[in-house]
Design a protein around this ligand. Sequence first.
Ligand code: PEP
Ligand code: MG
Length: 576
Amino acid sequence: MAQTEPVQNPASGPDPEGPLRGIAAGPGAAVAPVARMADPPALPAQEPVVDDPAAEEGAALAALDEVGAELDTRAADVEGEAAAVLSTLALMARDPDLRRQIGELARGGRPAAWAVHTACGRYQELLLAAGGYLAERAADLADIRDRAVAVLLGLPMPGLPDPGHPYVLVARDLAPADTVRLDPAKVKAIVTRLGGPTSHTVILARSLGLPAVVGCSGAEHLVDGATVAVDGDAGTVEVDPDAEIVERIQGRAERRRILLAESGGPGRTADGVPIALLLNAGEGDSDEAGAHDSEGIGLLRTEFLFLDRAEPPTVAEQTEAYTRLFRAFAGRVVTVRTLDAGSDKPLEFAPTGEEANPALGVRGFRTSKLHPRLLTDQLTAISAAEHAAAADGASARVRVMAPMVSTPAEAGEFAELARSAGITEAGVMVEVPAAALLADRLLRRVDFVSIGTNDLAQYTMGADRTLESLPELLDPWQPSLLHLLAKVGRAGETLGRPVGVCGEAAADPLLAVVLVGLGATSLSMASPALPAVRYVLSRHSHAECRRLAELALAADDPERARKVVREAAHPEALRL
Ligand code: PEP
Ligand code: MG
C-alpha cells in the first residue's frame, strides 16, 4: 500500500456540486453518519535530549512487547483470517532485526519514540523498494510503529472509532489490524482517501460484502457526524444527500438484502444452463469455507501455507491441510492452484536471482524450473490428501492448476507432472496474453483452464497491478481484455473443455454475465460476492449473456462497455 498522498490535479478535481468520486470497491450502497479513523500519532516537533539511553532502549522494547501482547490478545478473540493477520502483526513487533535497530538508535541517544519511528521508517523503505507483496507489508509496519509510538507518548491507541451507532468509516487508509476487526453490524460502508483496485481495503470490503469507495478525492474533508450516501457500485460519496437520494439508497439496500437472501443453490442462467459458482479460498477455516452455499472451490491460493516461512512446509504438513479441506468439500470440486511464488509473492526459500522486473521474471509455474521439488512435493501432498479424504469415505473432486503458464509446452509439462503424481484432472491458469492467444493448443494438453483476470489485465495492459496510479487500465471491463477472454471461451466451446474465471472480474455481477456470454463455464469469487452473481445470472438466458458480451466487445473503453451492458441488461438484474 502506498504511503504517499496522491497528487491532486486541480484541472480534473471533483465537481464542487457533485458527489465525491473514487474507485468502486465494494458492492451495494448505504447512508449513515461519518466516523473518522483517528490520525496516527505524530511525534512532537522538538526531539527531547536523552540522558539515560539504556532507559530509552528499555522503554522502546517494552512498548513493542506491549503492542505484540495486545495484538496476540485480540488474535485470540477472533478466528480464521482475522486471527492470522493479527498474529502476523504480533510477530512483526517481535522481529529481532527491528528490535536490534531500535536498540542501536536508542543507545545512540535517540528518545524511545523517535528510535521506533526511525527504525520502522527504514524498514518500510526497504519493503517498499522490494515492491509487490513485500511493499504491501509496509502498511503493517506503519501500524506497529503507530501503536508503539502511541504507547510511548501516552496517546490513545490508533484504531477504529466507536461512536455508539452505525457509521460510515472514513480513513486516510486502513491498516490490516483495523480492517480485520471491522464489525459489519456497525460499519455500514468504507471510504478511504488512498487505496487502489487491489488494495487490502478492497479485498476486505468484498469479503465482508460492505459498500466501499477507495482512492476517494475529498474524503479528507469529510467530518464526523456528516451524513453521507456511499454508492460502492458507482464509486460515489454524496455529502448531506437529499431525502430522495436517501430513500433511493435505503430502498436499494433493503431490496438487495431481500433478493440475495432468496437466491441460493447451483448457478444457472434463466434458461437453466449450469454455470458453476465457486469460491476463491486461501488461509482460513476449512469448515467455515465449506459451509458457504457454493459448488466448490475454483481457486485455492496455496501460498498461505508457504508465505512468511524460512523453509517450505513438509509434504506431511501440506497433506494435513489439504485433507481437511477436501473433507470439508466432500462431493464438491476443489481446484488447488499450485504455489504461485515470485514477483508479488517472493519466498525466502525459493530465490529467483536478481530481477529488474520481477512481474516479468521467474514466477508461478516458472519457479518450478529453478526449484522443482517445491512443485513435485506439493503435487504429492495433494494426491495423498485426496486419498486420505477418500479413505474416510468423503473427498472433494480434486483438480490442480498451475499459475503463470505461457506456452502449450508448459501446459503439457504440468499436466504430465500432475498425472504422474496420481492427480486425474489437471489444468492451467490463463494469466498472460500468450496463453489466451493459443488457448486451444493449451486446452488440448490439459483438462480445463481458469482465467486469472487480475494478472491477465496487468499483462494485457502493461500496467503493474500493485500500482494505485493506473486503475483505469486495470479495469476488468477493458474491451481488449474481454477480447482475449472471448478467444479462450471460443477455444473451450470448440473443444468441449471447461473454461473458468477466477480473477476479481468474476465478482462483478454484470461482468459475470458478460463472462458467461464469452464462454465461461464456471465463475469463482470471494464468498460474499456469490449471491449477487447468482441472482443476476439467473435473470439472463444464455443467449442474452452472449448478446451482452457482444455489446461489451464492441465498446471502445470500459465506461462505454459498462454503460451499454447496463442499458441492455434485464431490468430486474439492475434492481440490486
Ligand atoms: C489472477 O491473477 O487473476 C488470480 C486469480 O491470481 P492472483 O490474484 O492470486 O495472482
Ligand atoms: Mg494471478
